[in-house]
Design a protein around this ligand. Structure first.
Ligand code: NA7
Length: 540
């Protein structure tokens, strides 16, 4: 277990990083390289961020293992082992621990330390931070690497507190939550719900999946990586990463320019089948045709293919119908390890919450509107997160920018950022992997942001010393318009209600959570902004 060993002045810092996941660790690394007096805190007991917190059965990456890692350490890329094409949570944590050790970062990390309150002072030109273990820290720069999914969505089900069995959100699942042999109810079928359902179906006495909006799920096809495959990847790792950052989606698949409707129906089916066999929802969405994620007619073709797969996989026609989405494939893709097939098991039941919503939680189960009582020993809320804005709005004592302005006030009418990293009225606060950054593979998006921020600070420090860096309201407004425009022109995300548009939970005004122009164009914008003397930012 890591321990805090901060021997530098830890109450007056150059930079404080909040969050020790992929983003926070890399941000910390680059700031240490700059020679900053820096510290990274995390409320969890160890490193990993979202991966530390999510410990439910079946949790696994949807990005392939050869890409779900940092690219900055070229030697590590070719030497660090990864047995399978996807990573389990434990493998991700082990990898991050390895990075921390290898780059001597332990002494900068302080766990079990929650950010309680942060206040910007125009007088000191610093952030003044209070933490859960009583520390008062002043810092010139505040890096918030708090992740997109740090605030759970707990819907207000009637009688929720009445239930006397075990109840957990997927993100709070821990070793005490034993599902084996129990009657379990899972509410929600996004990435978390699908993963946990598939993992526990074979070991529980009974599984009731409460489904409000069925989702398209594509098998991940978890498999071992052969040494030949590894060698081939190693031989061209540099090029692979280069191709990734030069691509739109950054998922490591070729991104064809062929439009879905430009080929015959037989050819479409052949391509869809090939993608299905290769596996992964992202590959299905982006790896076959250029417009499956953006054109309604094209999307409908992909949807029909996936609906047929559900029909073929699920024996009972009524259950298959319940599990079949009628909406477009425009949410964040879900990947599974045999999800639809679990509904052929005698111990798994799907409950249609659109037809029969939950009426109440009882002490030993759930009643739906058709008066059916569903007896349960354990309830799993796979109900997602107040994604994007939740982690910022829910800091207990608030993050108070210029004039005491808090995020819940600033984002009252929807999220507003510049480049997904800056927020007007919040000087010297830099979001790493916050809302309105680029959509796609998290490690590469994170590296893009962190490299930009660190280069900016290096340049500013060199030329002007400690400075106050803040985006203008105009730049912020323009970025919001661009994110909205791209979401409308490049995707179909506005056609469904999901966390991509902040429309999944009652966490304020829905708004577009990502820049959907592609990783390559996002990086080009960052480069252009830097070359243009950090356009959109005031530095003084
Ligand atoms: P998601 O993808 O937001 O899924 C949440 C699920 O919970 C989804 O099926 C929701 O149905 C369902 N939900 C939410 N509230 C309710 C209520 N009140 N009643 C019934 N069902 C409800 O969260 P995940 O944790 O699966 O994944 C989040 C991201 O984490 C994922 O995309 C990865 O990036 C990692 P709805 O669609 O709203 O009808």
């Amino acid at each position: 277990m890591p321990f805090s060993n901060v021997s530098r002045d830890s109450t007056s810092l150059d930079a404080l990083v909040v969050g020790a996941g992929f983003g926070g660790i890399y941000q910390l690394y680059t700031l240490v390289q700059l020679g900053f007096n820096v510290k990274c805190i995390d409320k969890a007991g160890g490193a990993g961020g979202v991966w530390y917190r999510n410990n439910y059965p079946g949790v696994m990456t949807d990005t392939e293992s050869f890409l779900y890692r940092y690219s900055f350490d070229k030697e590590d890329l070719v030497t660090y082992p990864w047995p399978n094409n996807y990573l389990t949570r434990d493998e991700v944590l082990k990898y991050l621990t390895h990075v921390i050790k290898k780059h001597h970062l332990w002494s900068y990390l302080q766990f079990s330390t929650e950010l309680i309150c942060a206040k910007w002072s125009d007088t000191t030109r610093k952030w003044h931070v209070e933490t859960s273990n009583g520390d008062s820290i002043s810092t010139t720069y505040l890096f918030t690497a708090m992740g997109l999914h740090g605030k759970q969505n707990w819907p207000e089900f009637p009688g929720l507190d009445t239930f006397q069995g075990t109840i957990t959100h997927t993100e709070s699942w821990n070793v005490d939550h034993e599902a084996r042999g129990k009657r379990v109810g899972i509410i929600g079928c996004g990435s978390s719900g699908v993963q946990v359902s598939g993992a526990i179906a074979p070991v529980v006495a009974e599984l009731r999946c409460f489904i409000r909006s069925p989702q398209y799920s594509v098998p991940s096809r978890l498999r071992a990586i052969s040494s030949l495959e590894r060698t081939r990847i190693n031989q061209r790792y540099g090029e692979i990463i280069q191709e990734q950052v030069s691509s739109r989606q950054g998922h490591g698949y070729p991104e064809p320019s062929t439009r879905t409707m430009s080929v015959s129906s037989e050819e479409r089916r052949r391509v869809f089948e090939e993608l299905w066999q290769q596996g992964n929802g992202f590959r299905f969405l982006y790896g076959g045709f250029s417009d499956l994620a953006s054109d309604i007619e094209a999307s409908e073709q992909g949807c029909q293919f996936l609906r047929d797969k559900i029909k073929a996989a699920v024996v009972d026609p009524a259950t298959a119908a319940l599990l079949t989405p009628q909406e477009l494939f425009s949410r964040r893709p879900v990947c599974d390890r045999g999800y639809y097939e679990i509904f052929n098991r005698g111990n798994v039941v799907a409950v249609d919450l659109k037809k029969t919503p939950i009426v109440s939680f009882e002490k030993d189960g759930i009643i739906t509107s058709d008066s059916v009582f569903h007896p349960l020993d354990m309830i799993v809320l796979a109900t997602g997160f107040e994604s994007g804005t939740g982690p910022y709005k829910s800091v207990r004592g608030g993050i108070h920018g210029r004039g005491g302005r808090r995020f819940d006030q600033h984002w009252e009418n929807g999220v507003a950022t510049y480049l997904g990293m800056f927020v007007s009225s919040f000087p010297n606060l830099f979001m790493v992997n916050g809302p309105q950054g680029s959509f796609g593979d998290a490690p590469r998006n994170i590296e893009s942001e962190v490299d930009f921020l660190t280069a900016m600070i290096k340049a500013v420090q060199r030329e002007r010393g400690d400075c106050v860096i803040e985006c203008t309201p105009e730049a912020e407004a323009e970025w919001g318009l661009l994110c909205n425009k791209l979401a409308a022109s490049e995707t179909l995300v506005m056609k469904t209600k999901s966390w991509l548009t902040g429309a999944n939970a009652s966490n304020g005004s829905p708004s577009i959570m990502f820049y959907f122009g592609g990783l390559n164009s996002y990086r080009a914008i960052l480069c252009d902004v830097a070359m243009d003397d950090y356009r959109g930012l005031t530095i003084g």
